[in-house]
Design a protein around this ligand. Structure first.
Ligand code: SF4
Ligand code: F3S
Ligand code: ZN
Length: 103
């Protein structure tokens, strides 16, 4: 599962679009955690898609991650600032790849 203390345990490696990526990043095998308020551990995500289907405010979009061992697409928290903290994505992800930190 995603480390809920990732902000303490990891460093920001880069930006992707408008959000942070928490490292380590070593492409294509190791991709880190995308987002901060809505954080998706790309190294855990298996592209189940429940988060994209269920988020009421459309926070996620697919991004291509060719040659990653778990899946070749990932749920990117592209609009994390729109999150209303309903926690649905956290509940539905089958591999606990998502952390949402209200407040
Ligand atoms: Fe969307 Fe709710 Fe998850 Fe926020 S907590 S990203 S609003 S499903
Ligand atoms: Fe990935 Fe979990 Fe969403 S596996 S696509 S973060 S439901
Ligand atoms: Zn991203």
């Amino acid at each position: 599962a995603i480390d809920p203390k990732f902000e303490e345990n990891r460093d920001v490696a880069e930006q992707h679009e408008d959000h942070r990526v928490w490292g380590p990043v070593d492409e294509p095998e190791q991709l880190g955690i995308h987002g901060t308020h809505v954080a998706v551990d790309f190294d855990i995500c298996i592209a189940d898609g429940a988060c994209l289907e269920d988020c009421p405010v459309d926070v996620f979009e697919w991004t291509d991650t060719p040659d990653h061992p778990e899946s070749e697409i990932k749920a990117d928290p592209a609009r994390e600032e729109q999150c209303i903290d309903c926690m649905l994505c956290v509940d539905v992800c089958p591999v606990d790849a998502i952390d949402v930190d209200p407040g």
